[in-house]
Design a binder for this molecule. Structure first.
Ligand code: FES
Length: 117
């Protein structure tokens, strides 16, 4: 029998389990299915961030982007987004990318849609 789901990440509260913590190594992103879309879960300095996986400039996956100094760089035209807010940091990206809540609990990773997302 598996362990009970902690109340802080209960599905009733909008959380979806997307994998084990060790599937999300430092300095890289991984695409996961949650909230009816694909989300790039990215670990930077030990913390996990969730961004919509599709760049707001074109058809590129941010989960394949370069991660550094709190941003992810789109692999297609090198636009950058702030991990914590999704804000565009340099051209050619001008629109923010949607963010999602990510939480690690008991060695598992959970994603939740933010209100209005
Ligand atoms: Fe991402 Fe152009 S597709 S910067």
């Amino acid at each position: 029998m598996s362990d009970p789901i902690p109340q802080s990440v209960a599905p009733d509260n909008g959380w979806t389990e997307v994998g084990a913590s060790d599937e999300f190594p430092e300095g890289s992103g991984w695409p996961v299915a949650a909230c009816g879309t694909t989300i790039a879960v990215i670990r930077f300095e030990g913390r996990l961030f969730g961004l919509h996986d599709l760049c707001t400039h074109g058809a590129a996956q941010l989960s394949s982007g370069w991660v550094e100094d709190g941003w992810v760089e789109c692999p297609l035209h090198q636009g950058r987004f702030e991990l914590a807010t999704g804000k565009p940091l340099c051209e050619p990206v001008t629109d923010a990318v949607r963010c999602y809540d990510v939480q690690e609990t008991d060695g598992r990773v959970w994603v939740r849609c933010r209100p209005g997302a």
